[in-house]
Design a protein around this ligand. Structure first.
Ligand code: CA
Length: 219
């Protein structure tokens, strides 16, 4: 899952990036509204953390511009404490949720998990596909009740496929959602990761749909 953080406070930006990276997300950052707007407009994020008070272009204008252009990526707004008007305007502008500053990092993580889940149409932290059960909060995967060990890359790949079960996911989509901007986007890399992941799962859990991509098996 790939997240964009738009926050001009360099300290807070770094704290968010570190916490989200530790939680298993791939994170891009922007420090002003224009840069943030550009990235959100051109890169396919799974969710965006957006501060309201930003230089160049404020967060509400950024959000309004995305929504006007039909970008419906889930957005978690960071608002100033006790500014209820920010919250109302934020929701009106198309925010999916907000957290007031100062916040506990755990709250941001919990709200983001919920946004990503809801965007994919799931109501719980635990998602199943056939014998596989993935707990997004604990970062744990079991097969027929037995825990299996995955690297962070393998976990992200499986989480993406399982959040989008029932759909065929192209290599390009996987590459765009699982790696940050600087990653060498060679689709062979995805094949290597899929191959490794397959070795840790029962046979046929990940189907290759010729010419289109991969799909998690629900059988
Ligand atoms: Ca700010």
């Amino acid at each position: 899952m790939r997240i964009l953080v738009v926050e001009d406070d360099t300290n807070l930006n770094r704290q968010l990036k570190d916490a989200l990276t530790d939680a298993g997300y791939v994170v891009d950052v922007a420090f002003d509204g224009e840069e943030g707007h550009f990235l959100g407009d051109t890169e396919p994020y799974d969710a965006i953390v957006l501060d309201i008070g930003l230089p160049q272009m404020d967060g509400l204008s950024v959000l309004e511009a995305w929504r006007r252009d039909g970008r419906n990526t889930p957005v978690l707004l960071l608002t100033a404490r006790d500014r209820w008007s920010d919250k109302v305007q934020g929701i009106d502008a198309g925010a999916d949720d907000y957290v007031a500053k100062p916040f506990h990092m755990e709250e941001v993580l919990a709200r983001l998990r919920a946004l990503v889940r809801r965007a994919a149409g799931h109501a719980s932290n635990e998602i199943e596909a056939g014998p596989i059960r993935l707990d997004a909060r604990a970062g744990r995967v079991t097969v027929d009740g037995q825990a299996i060990k995955l690297t962070s890359h393998e976990f992200r790949l499986l989480a993406y496929l399982i959040h989008h079960k029932g759909k065929v996911i192209s290599r390009t989509e996987l590459t765009e959602h699982l790696y940050d901007q600087d990653f060498d986007r060679d689709s062979n890399t995805i094949e290597v990761f899929v191959g490794r992941l397959r070795k840790k799962l029962p046979a046929d859990c990940i189907e290759t749909v010729r010419g289109l991509g991969y799909q998690i098996s629900e059988g």
